[in-house]
Write a protein that binds this ligand. Structure first.
Ligand SMILES: [Zn+2]
Ligand SMILES: [Zn+2]
Ligand SMILES: [Zn+2]
Length: 130
């Protein structure tokens, strides 16, 4: 599978919360198992589904616009014009959290649960819960 270009999707999935414990669910749409309480929650978000299906990707080889046509990510597509394969990878979602000590904005990948963060600016440690 060498040589397949990977393009990051521009469509960010919503951050959904568990209906039982209000914890953050794994990113994406469909049936998600809450990593905190084990409940299975269905994540639907019509706008995101439409955006994913209609997302326009520029072929890295010939610059033809290709429509994703599916909400699956990652997805392998073949350019209809030059036949080169490429892959759309899920968007890497980051959220901004302000350090409680120095107000510096940190960009973090949301992950379910609580974790400790070390502020790179003031070295103080604080915990973040998504
Ligand atoms: Zn839960
Ligand atoms: Zn192409
Ligand atoms: Zn800080």
């Amino acid at each position: 599978m060498d040589g397949v270009s990977e393009i990051e999707s521009k469509v960010a999935p919503p951050i959904a919360r568990c209906a039982h414990c209000q914890g953050m669910l794994p990113l994406g749409l469909g049936d998600k198992t809450c990593t905190l309480c084990g409940a299975i929650c269905r994540v639907t978000h019509e706008r995101t589904l439409i955006d994913l299906r209609e997302e326009k990707i520029t072929c890295p080889k010939c610059s033809t616009i290709v429509i994703a046509g599916t909400e699956e990510r990652p997805v392998d597509l073949i350019c209809g014009s030059c036949q080169s394969p490429f892959r759309i990878t899920p968007k890497i979602v980051k959220v901004e959290i302000g350090c409680p000590s120095c107000d510096r904005l940190l960009r973090l990948k949301p992950r379910p649960g609580t974790r400790n963060i070390n502020c790179p600016a003031c070295k103080s440690e604080f915990s973040v819960t998504f």
